[in-house]
Design a binder for this molecule. Structure first.
Ligand code: FES
Ligand code: FES
Length: 239
């Protein structure tokens, strides 16, 4: 026979054994215990509901305070290479598209479009980011640095000079991204060793395979000797 273990099927019994002398038991009955717990649980549920309602009200209040932008085009101001630029774009447009298509800054390349190749690398407040994965709205209020901002007029940045000296490009499609990543590395590290350079640039893909020359260019730009340099008179040359 299977026992019915529902609470109401049991007669009221003291939860604890009574005193051996037969005096009145001070134990808590099973039924009163369950009733007490039920009231406590209900009180807890009411309290939780009140807290949840208060949290929801607070969240709604915050939502009311937030300005909603888009999805249609909105006017935004971007600070790029120290100059403010006014654009009218949808807020979720990738930053690289705004740079290239709205502002004509085609130095920043777009290739994979999904954060995998580094061709679109620019700086946001000095940090290298994939601009194909960055909604333009996230760049508002930040300083955006692109390859066009390096150097000074006709005077190239030392990194650009080193890339040329070490023949660190073939088709050049990856080069702006590699230079921007290298620039951030040198600003952060000063004189990185080869291992650090390799790790810092591992997110920048070069289908032409110029990596050894790129690494040497970064060493050169950081003022360090370049071992086995094939592009200077001091280096070893292939036979
Ligand atoms: S185009 Fe942005 S990471 Fe490849
Ligand atoms: S130089 Fe061609 S992809 Fe790097």
């Amino acid at each position: 026979m299977q026992c019915d273990q529902s609470p109401d099927s049991q007669p009221d019994q003291p939860a604890a054994a009574g005193p051996p002398d037969g005096s009145e038991s001070r134990g808590v009955s099973r039924r009163s215990f369950i009733k007490t717990m039920g009231v406590s649980a209900a009180a807890g549920a009411v309290e939780t509901a009140l807290v949840t309602s208060a949290a929801e009200a607070s969240a709604m209040q915050r939502r009311d305070d937030v300005e909603t932008l888009g999805p249609q085009a909105v006017a935004l101001t971007l600070s790029i290479n120290g100059t403010p630029h006014r654009v009218s774009v949808e807020p979720l447009t990738p930053l690289v598209e705004v740079l290239r298509w709205n502002l004509g800054m085609t130095g920043t390349k777009t290739a994979c479009g999904r954060g995998a190749c580094g061709a679109c690398t620019v700086h946001l407040d000095g940090q290298p980011i994939a601009s194909c994965m960055t909604p333009v709205i996230d760049a508002v209020g930040c300083e955006i640095s692109t390859i066009e901002g390096l150097g000074n007029g006709d005077q190239l940045d030392p990194l650009q000079v080193a890339f040329i000296k070490h023949d660190a490009m073939q088709c050049g499609f990856c080069t702006p991204g590699l230079i921007m990543s290298s620039k951030a590395l040198l600003a952060d590290t000063g004189k990185p060793n080869m291992e650090t350079i390799r790790k810092a640039l591992c997110g920048n893909l070069c289908r032409c395979g110029t990596y050894p020359n790129v690494f040497n260019a970064v060493l050169e730009a950081s003022g360090q000797p370049v071992p086995n340099d094939l592009n200077t008179d001091n280096g070893k040359r292939g036979g």
